[in-house]
Design a protein around this ligand. Structure first.
Ligand SMILES: *Cc1c(COP(=O)(O)O)cnc(C)c1O
Length: 508
């Protein structure tokens, strides 16, 4: 049976003992010392530290044990199933990490002359081309550092486009379906537009009548995920893009979940104008801890002049790659230097290793796994697939625990905690908002049938317990994990993220 390690919750600061050392900093030479003194003099006074930082003092062994124990109390893709819908928490091949650790990738400086980093530039150039090919776009920027950052970049491009068309300030609204990822409406506001939310129809797709009713001269564009967050592919996508284009709006494709469609269909062919990718979801960078990531953005040829600078270009006369700053209407830079190079390198390695047929198979397996799970989970007493029950889904699906909750009092949250006790990570819950007691499940392409069956068995167990008056066993969970039920609202609203904050709180 699964049982997670439990170690005393002592912070490394609390283990500190005066004078203990794990590392000896070499003494500075006379030259280094004089340089240091000079640097200190040239720095503004208010930036100089008066006393040394309060760092814990511990031996190497104490540090190694401390962090190894923490890792044993943790959970990740390398330890078990992680079907967190929309997040694509899949296994990422270690070869991609190895590629990202080669010295030529790690030890380059962003100000190095172009001729000394031709290989790196070639990788960025080819990756941009491959992403353009996969999405049906014509130009790509690799700068954005996350999906939400890509959205911001894309909508700023949309904004600048309308400015140059003399459409502003008329174009003030962006349409977003009610099933959208929360970052979409947030991006719309960040970029100075108003979000117009439209409802989904009975199939979970864009309600065409509601869309037509919302589109006006003010419509600057629409942000859409396809397949949407219910895991359903919009059958009317061509009509949707046509409706928006008719008022000179642009179509934005939220491509965070590209593992649903690779090699099968391209946003460009569906009529989209701007696309972002999450390299840290589909393209082999592990994520979940807050970065680093990459959210490249692709655009149709008409929008290339608006891309952030620089992009990487190739001059065939000199057979040389170079940074291209010639984007006449660029929105400017959205990140220092050129993006998270190690994340780009992982994506490059992943695409290179898999090739076209491999990437296509990734999407086929992602969809097959999700459909198998959807069919099995939908049959369990108390659960229902509210959208797309009869049709097939793409890489994910949403299960509703409303029936079991109404009939036995067991909520999606209780079920999640019970799942944890079996060494599995629960799905995304209570999202999308349009499904009551939602459990959004994405098995990803990397899981085997045995692992998926384990998860389905746990849901069956939940149903059996709940319907035989043994709900208390579920409500007590988790008991096998290193921490029990935590106050997640408090953790989100009042996070204590440094030892200094903790100390200050304790002294109050
Ligand atoms: C993850 C995700 C995003 C945001 O990506 P981040 O890298 O977390 O900013 C946007 N849209 C969808 C559909 C997503 O799944």
């Amino acid at each position: 049976m699964f049982k997670q390690s439990k170690w005393p919750k002592t912070l490394i600061f609390e283990k500190s003992t005066n004078g203990r050392q794990g590392f000896q900093v070499p003494k500075l030479s006379a030259l280094e010392n004089s340089l240091l003194e000079k640097a200190k003099k040239s720095l503004p006074k208010n930036l100089l530290r008066e006393k040394s930082p309060n760092l814990p003092e511990a031996t190497e062994l104490e540090v190694v044990r401390h962090f190894t124990r923490l890792s044993q109390m943790n959970y990740g893709v390398d330890t078990g199933f992680y079907p967190l819908g929309s997040c694509t928490m899949k296994y990422n091949p270690k070869v991609c990490d190895a590629a990202a650790s080669i010295p030529n990738a790690l030890n380059v400086h962003p100000y190095q002359p172009e001729e000394s980093i031709q290989g790196n530039l070639q990788i960025m150039y080819e990756l941009s081309n491959w992403l353009a090919e996969l999405s049906g776009m014509s130009g790509v920027t690799l700068q954005p550092a996350a999906g939400a950052h890509g959205e911001y970049t894309g909508i700023m491009i949309l904004r600048k486009y309308h400015e140059t068309q003399n459409n502003q300030p008329k174009k003030s609204e962006i349409i977003v379906p009610d099933s959208a990822h929360g970052t979409n409406p947030a991006t719309v506001s960040m970029c100075g537009f108003k979000t117009i939310v439209i409802p989904s129809d009975n199939e979970g797709c864009v309600n065409i009548e509601a869309l037509k009713a919302s589109v006006t001269e003010k419509t600057a564009g629409m942000m859409l995920t396809n397949p949407n967050t219910l895991g359903i592919f919009e059958p009317n996508i061509k009509e949707i893009t046509k409706i928006i284009h008719e008022v000179d709006g642009l179509m934005y494709y939220d491509g965070a979940n590209f593992n649903a469609i690779m090699g099968k269909v391209r946003p460009g062919d569906m009529g989209f104008d701007i696309v972002h990718f999450n390299l840290h979801k589909t393209f082999a960078t592990p994520h979940g801890g807050g970065g680093p990531g990459a959210g490249p953005v692709g655009v149709i040829s008409r929008l290339i002049p608006f891309l952030p600078v620089p992009t990487v270009a190739y001059n065939s006369m000199d057979n040389a790659y170079y940074f291209d700053y010639e984007h006449s209407q660029t929105i400017g830079k959205v990140r220092s230097y050129y993006g998270n190079f190690s994340t780009l390198l992982r994506a490059y390695t992943y695409i290179l290793r898999l090739g076209q047929s491999g990437l296509t198979r990734v999407s086929e397996m992602a969809n097959l796994n999700a459909n198998y799970m959807k069919t099995q989970c939908g049959k369990i007493e108390g659960f229902k697939v509210p959208y797309g029950e009869k049709s097939s889904c793409m890489h994910e699906f949403v299960l509703s625990a409303r029936k079991i909750c109404k009939e036995t009092g067991i909520s999606a949250l209780d079920i999640s905690k019970y799942i944890l006790d079996h060494g599995l990570h629960p799905p995304t819950v209570y999202f999308p908002l349009i499904v009551p007691e939602a459990m959004m499940i994405e098995p990803t392409e990397t899981e085997s049938k045995e692992v998926i069956d384990d998860f389905i068995d746990v849901l069956r167990e939940v149903s059996n317990l709940a319907y035989s008056n043994k709900s208390d066993r579920i409500q007590k969970a988790p008991t096998n994990t290193s921490v029990g039920r935590i106050d997640d609202v408090k953790a989100a609203r009042e996070p204590i993220i440094s030892y200094r904050m903790l100390k200050e709180l304790q002294e109050q």
